[in-house]
Design a protein around this ligand. Structure first.
Ligand code: IPE
Ligand code: MG
Length: 217
């Protein structure tokens, strides 16, 4: 979800307003999820590198997160949205961790997964998974890709099929590096606050037309 800051700058507004509009884009999308029949939508909300931003901006983002969980959790429960979190999220502020634990528990029975990447970095995820796999490796220390996969934060999520990046940047920025091995990629110029459910539907139509061969012919 990239481009909140540029969206605000274009309008002469503070970055915080861009982030607020970004949250509204998330809300619109989650509300439109059911008919799209997606098993899982994963959103990159806060990366392990985002701590480098100013303290004010990090505070704004954390407060937005608090407000969003509070305001939207009842709707998640009602609409069968099953929250998942990936990343080193237990290192966030204790009150956020507690809110997230509660939200995970309350949405566990949902049908459609909404995975949110919080304090997430793919290299960190892979290193953590490899360490866990190493601890259970046998005598010669061999670790298989499957063993790593079992320990990734996404171990209980469906395979990544389509990865979309907004705002015109063409890079992965440490997002789902392992999972993206055979994912289709879509880079769109739309800034995140302008991203509408129609954009996701369009992306899914585009995805459906692609031919996937997984290295075969
Ligand atoms: C993405 O928007 C939101 C988060 C990283 C939380 P940015 O804040 O990266 O927006 P730009 O890249 O400055 O436009
Ligand atoms: Mg950005």
């Amino acid at each position: 979800m990239d481009g909140n800051g540029r969206w605000a700058k274009k309008r002469g507004l503070p970055r915080a307003v861009g982030h607020q509009r970004g949250v509204e884009a998330v809300r619109r999308l989650v509300r439109a999820l059911e008919p799209m029949e997606l098993d899982c939508l994963t959103l990159y909300a806060f990366s392990s590198e985002n701590w480098k931003r100013s303290e004010d901006e990090v505070d704004d983002l954390m407060n937005l997160m608090r407000r969003f969980i509070k305001s939207d959790l009842p709707e998640f429960i009602e609409n069968g949205v099953k929250l998942k979190i990936i990343g080193d999220w237990r290192a966030l502020a204790p009150d956020i961790v507690a809110m997230l634990e509660d939200a995970l528990e309350q949405t566990a029975g949902g049908r459609q997964s909404l995975a949110v990447a919080l304090n997430y970095g793919a290299q960190d995820e892979i290193a953590r998974a490899a360490s866990a796999a190493a601890r259970e490796a046998g005598g010669d220390g061999t670790i298989s890709p499957e063993a790593i996969e079992r320990h990734l934060d996404t171990h209980d999520l469906p395979q990544l099929d389509l990865l979309i990046r907004t705002s015109g940047e063409i890079r992965l920025s440490n997002f789902l590096l392992w999972q993206a091995a055979y994912a289709e990629m879509l880079f769109v110029d739309t800034l995140w606050p302008d991203f509408k459910p129609e954009h996701l539907s369009q992306a899914l139509d585009d995805f459906a037309r692609r031919e996937r061969r997984y290295g075969g012919r």
